[in-house]
Design a binder for this molecule. Structure first.
Ligand SMILES: Cc1cc2nc3c(=O)[nH]c(=O)nc-3n(C[C@H](O)[C@H](O)[C@H](O)COP(=O)(O)O)c2cc1C
Length: 188
């Protein structure tokens, strides 16, 4: 099994990248392969380009298609999905070749889940919107046991996520739930 972890922030000290690394460690403990991607500096979606896609977009499509599950780990920006992540999902929501069915996309029927670290509400608002968008794009979304982590004051000061037993158990719970969800969907 292989999980593609997509992080909605590409800043250097991103807390969401740090959370993605904790998720990755937990997957590694179970011998599950994963990759973290946050290279979101891709062209803005343009319908004129969609059937001659830039290499960066093809590479994202390949990562989505090769994965058994796609795990989004994102901050919220003004209560919303960061624009760069929304842009990626606009690309991933489109048919992959000219004349293909509208359902022939890199995201449709893929298993997905979401997590995040942010302000007081622990990214709850963005998760709700993201889940709506992923469902709209035909993903099979696991929307329970989600890690919604609020930054501690120490985390705010240091830009380092606090790897507490609490964070660890929240992540472990979501990993277990997501792996079971993927297996269940695969056996349907
Ligand atoms: C443009 C912008 C808007 C933000 N809006 C919110 C918000 O609505 N809710 C929230 O909890 N945090 C918000 N934040 C704070 C982020 O949660 C915080 O900067 C976080 O560290 C970003 O994630 P990262 O560390 O992975 O880059 C915002 C930050 C930025 C830059």
């Amino acid at each position: 099994m292989k999980i593609c972890i997509v992080v909605g922030s590409f800043r250097k000290d991103s807390l969401n990248v740090q959370l993605a690394q904790i998720i990755q460690e937990s997957l590694e403990k179970r011998a599950i392969g994963s990759m973290i991607r946050n290279d979101l500096e891709i062209p803005m979606f343009n319908q004129d380009l969609e059937f001659l896609v830039p290499d960066s977009i093809q590479s994202w499509r390949d990562s989505f298609l090769e994965a058994d599950g796609i795990w989004f780990v994102t901050p919220e920006y003004n209560g919303q999905i960061p624009g760069s992540l929304k842009n990626l999902l606009d690309w991933m929501s489109r048919p992959m070749s000219l004349g293909a069915a509208w359902t022939d996309t890199a995201m449709r029927n893929q298993c997905a889940t979401v997590s995040g670290i942010g302000g007081r509400n622990g990214t709850k608002s963005v998760q709700k919107l993201l889940i709506e968008l992923l469902n709209f794009g035909g993903m099979k979304v696991m929307d329970h046991d989600l890690a919604q982590i609020a930054m501690s004051s120490k985390t705010m000061e240091t830009s380092q996520i606090e790897y507490t037993p609490d964070v660890e158990s929240i992540v472990e719970k979501q990993v277990e739930a997501f792996l079971s969800f993927i297996k269940m969907e695969e056996n349907r």
